[in-house]
Structures are given as structure tokens and as C-alpha cells.
Design a protein around this ligand. Structure first.
Ligand code: GLN
Length: 465
């Protein structure tokens, strides 16, 4: 059965395994792991919940599909009573007073949270090295980075420490680590899943999404988490996607961005593997269309201009007054300054300074407003593309994961490594990483709220390339 969730559900229902044993086994694996994926374990809660599931099964009561399924949560989601650190010094001792809507829906469905997962601090990064908990190691080769910012979540899934994990994707943070660790990771359409209770990085592109080992598991989790939430005015209702509707391919035309593939920055192997995948798709009778798109450096600079502006604004609330480790100084202004400069990482400070710069008087027209105008043009480009093609296929990254330590030396190079993911974030499009095609996988994107096309094509690719 091509769904880990369904497989484990069967094992629980048939009493082949107990939920307590399952949860204990995964907790032990998480505890012993040397990949730095864990910020905190939710051991007591997890075992209590598991005992309840076992009691239900013993009594012969029916359990739901997600009931008893162990999962992980990137440490940027509020889960009441748990440490929610954003992998930062500032919030090292912060405990959530409430639970994020997306996570609450999973809890209501009976899924069991095991762990708050290591990530780049406040989502700032592409390698999961920007964290006070130690760099997350890649699941395939521990000398390499795990990717980021949802690196801990991707590695936990890849190593089977969790059945699925919930990451956050602002500019690629689910898709890129999914690619680096050869699993599936979905950034849904902006607004499809409520952001309430997700620590804000760049609010106009922040998305909640699942990482898992199969397309079917992604579908199941997406359906549970989706929907309008009165606590997030950008969220909306969408219909649930059935297993049947994504089982047979109806996609007739696939597009790809010529300039992504012709870029000087792409690794020759990634390019060759991508083009080989395109040939295999073509051989099935699907039409392939080359598309024009903005240059990668324009995408990266537009994204970082807007993301830095938004994060500078979002993080201004973290001054030690209501949240976080306050460091007292001579007066209030000094207290803010010392609290922030001592507790934010170098990378977060770089972004706060950059963001305040592009928003400041005299610069905002020339930089920030230009960024917004470019974003509109990018969306318009996508709108036209999707009149001609059903889905767009791209590599996830231009090259394979770097060694741990390398990205920290050159932040600009790290920003450029996001070249293929950030455009789809600015367009707010549903985009899924599949662990096939190139060393870091492929991304499938569709027009807004067309997740079923993305999942359908992922199922098709599984048997095609
Ligand atoms: N790497 C990108 C950044 O640092 C994306 C991060 C994210 O999606 N949270 O902004």
C-alpha cells in the first residue's frame, strides 16, 4: 500500500502493533539520533495520547485514519504548553499559550505530536545551520546540510523518525529540504491552510505544509489541514481532494522555464537529469512547452527585498517586553537594543537591518515598491503561462546540497541557491517537491488552488521517470 499512514492504520486496527509501542519506538529513535533534528520532545503528551488510542482499540471502537499516527512539528508552530523557540536564543524559554489552527486540526484527527523540530531560526536560511541547536545533518550524507529552513522536519521523515512532519515554506523551506533528503514536500496555495499560530516570517508568502514519503500521505494531511479559519483572514475554503481524482493522469501540457535550465549557475548533472526527465515525459505523448520567465537573480532579489521588509516588520515585536529573553540595560531603548542584538542570530540581524533599510524613507519607493511591482509582473507571467500549460516542472535547486559550514561563509551564495523556489512563493502557487528526476528532485507547480493537478502529476511521474 503506497501510504505509510494507511499501512500503520491497518497495523493498529489489526492489533499487529500497539500505538504505545509505535510511539515509544519513534521517540527512542528521535532521542538517540545524531542528526540534530530535535529541539524538544513531547514525550509525556505523546505517550498519554498513545495509551488512549490503545484503549479505544482494545474496546473495539473505531479509530480514524490519522488516529495514533506519530508526526513532527517545525519549531515555529504554537502548540499549547510546549517550547516554541524558532531555534533562537531570544525564544529559547518561550512556551506557547495556544495551538496553531493547522496543528489543532491534526490533533483533533488524533495524530500524535512527538517533537518540535530543528530549523533555521525564524525560517531564515536554506541549510538549517542558523540555529542554536546545532546544524541539522543531511539524512543521506551527514556531512552535507539538511537544507532549510525546515531541515529537521525533512530529516525526521527521511529517517522514519516521524511518519510525516509539518514544515513552513516562505521561499522554499519545505520544498528544498524535501529535495535535499529525497522525500515529498508540499507548499500549498497561499491561504489554503490557516497561518494562525505559525510564527510570521514574511506574511505574504508564509505557507503551512506537509513533508512525507508518499503522495497519498501528502493528500491525506493536506485535506485535514485545509480550510477557512476566522483567525486568518487570508485563508479560504477549498474542496477536499479524493484519492480517485489524482489516480489517473489528465495532464496534457507541461511547461518548463528555459532560463532556469540555461542558467550558468545550474550544475551540469542537474541540467542533464532534468532534460532526461522531460524526454521521458514527452515519450508518453504529453506536450512540452518551453516558457520564458524572469531571470533567477531578479526572482531572488525581489523575494529577498520583500521577505526582509516583512520579517523586519514582523520581528519588531520581539523586544523582550512581551516575549523572550529580556536583557536589562541602562534604559528602555538600550534594553530593546541589547535584547535584540544579543539574542538574534547574525543572519536574522542581517535581514532585519536589510528590511528596515528597504522600508525606510528615501529608499522605499526605489526598492520596496519596485519589489511589489515586480511581484505583480511575476504573477501576471504565471497567469499567462497557465493558460497554455497544465503544470510547470522545474528542478528544486541548481545543485546538490553543500557541505556543512560552506553556506555560512557566503550568505549571498546561499540566497542564490533559492533561485528555483522563490518565484513560486511570490506567485503564491501550489508547488510540490517529488524525490525524482534530479539529485534534489523536481518541483511541480500549478495555478492557484489546483493542488489536485500537482498531486495527480506526481503520481504519474512516479511510474514514468
Ligand atoms: N531560504 C529562504 C529564506 O531564507 C526560504 C526560507 C523559508 O521558506 N522559510 O528566506
Amino acid at each position: 500500500m503506497d501510504s505509510q499512514i494507511k499501512h500503520i492504520h491497518q497495523q493498529l486496527v489489526s492489533k499487529e502493533i500497539t500505538c504505545t509501542a509505535l510511539v515509544q519506538e519513534r521517540l527512542d529513535l528521535l532521542k538517540e539520533n545524531t542528526y540534530n533534528t530535535v529541539n524538544s520532545l513531547l514525550e509525556i503528551t505523546a505517550l498519554e495520547l498513545a495509551a488512549k488510542v490503545d484503549a479505544k482499540i482494545q474496546k473495539g471502537e473505531k479509530i480514524g485514519l490519522l488516529e495514533g499516527i506519530p508526526f513532527g512539528i517545525k519549531d515555529v508552530y504554537m502548540v499549547q504548553g510546549t517550547y516554541t523557540t524558532a531555534s533562537s536564543n531570544l525564544l529559547k524559554n518561550y512556551k506557547s499559550p495556544y495551538t496553531a489552527t493547522a496543528i489543532q486540526k491534526l490533533l483533533d484527527a488524533g495524530a500524535i505530536p512527538l517533537v518540535k523540530e530543528n530549523c533555521d531560526s525564524f525560517g531564515h536560511g536554506s541549510s538549517s545551520e542558523n540555529t542554536i541547536f546545532g546544524a541539522v545533518k543531511n539524512a543521506i550524507n551527514p556531512e552535507l546540510v539538511a537544507g532549510g529552513s525546515s531541515g529537521g522536519s525533512a530529516v525526521n521523515v527521511a529517517k522514519d523518525y516521524t511518519v510525516f512532519s509539518i514544515g513552513g515554506d516562505t521561499g522554499g523551506s519545505i520544498r528544498q529540504p524535501a529535495g535535499y533528503n529525497n522525500i515529498y514536500g508540499l507548499k500549498p496555495t497561499y491561504g489554503k491552510i490557516s497561518r494562525f499560530g505559525l510564527m510570521a516570517y514574511a506574511s505574504s508568502t508564509d505557507c503551512v505544509g506537509p513533508l512525507a514519503k508518499t503522495v497519498e500521505d501528502i493528500r491525506i494531511i493536506l485535506n485535514v489541514m485545509s480550510g477557512k479559519d476566522s483567525k486568518d483572514q487570508t485563508s479560504y475554503n477549498s474542496k477536499s481532494i479524493s484519492e480517485k481524482e489524482i489516480s489517473t493522469n489528465t495532464i496534457k501540457t507541461v511547461g518548463y522555464f528555459k532560463n532556469f535550465i540555461e542558467s550558468k549557475a545550474i550544475d551540469p548533472d542537474v541540467k542533464a537529469d532534468f532534460l532526461a526527465s522531460i524526454e521521458k515525459i514527452k515519450a508518453t505523448g504529453i506536450k512540452i512547452k518551453e516558457l520564458d520567465f524572469f531571470k533567477s537573480d531578479i526572482l531572488v532579489s525581489t523575494y529577498y527585498t520583500l521577505a526582509m521588509a516583512e520579517t523586519a516588520s514582523n520581528l519588531s515585536r520581539l523586544d523582550g517586553t512581551n516575549y523572550g529573553n529580556r536583557i536589562e540595560a541602562e534604559n528602555l531603548i538600550e534594553t530593546y537594543a541589547v535584547t535584540r542584538s544579543e539574542n538574534f542570530s547574525e543572519e536574522s540581524k542581517r535581514r532585519i537591518v536589510g528590511g528596515n533599510q528597504v522600508l525606510s524613507q528615501g529608499f522605499s519607493d526605489e526598492i520596496y515598491l519596485k519589489g511589489l511591482a515586480l511581484r505583480d509582473q511575476i504573477s501576471e507571467n504565471f497567469r499567462k503561462d497557465f493558460q497554455e500549460v497544465d503544470v510547470i516542472l522545474s528542478p528544486v535547486t541548481p545543485s546538490s546540497p553543500p557541505k556543512i559550514g560552506e553556506s555560512l561563509k557566503d550568505p549571498h551564495a546561499m540566497y542564490l541557491s533559492d533561485a528555483y523556489t522563490v518565484g513560486f512563493s511570490l506567485g503564491q502557487l501550489p508547488t510540490l517537491t517529488v524525490p525524482q528526476g534530479t539529485v534534489t528532485g523536481l518541483q511541480i507547480s500549478a495555478a492557484k488552488n489546483n493542488e489536485e493537478l500537482v498531486l495527480k502529476f506526481a503520481n504519474f511521474l512516479k511510474d514514468t521517470i
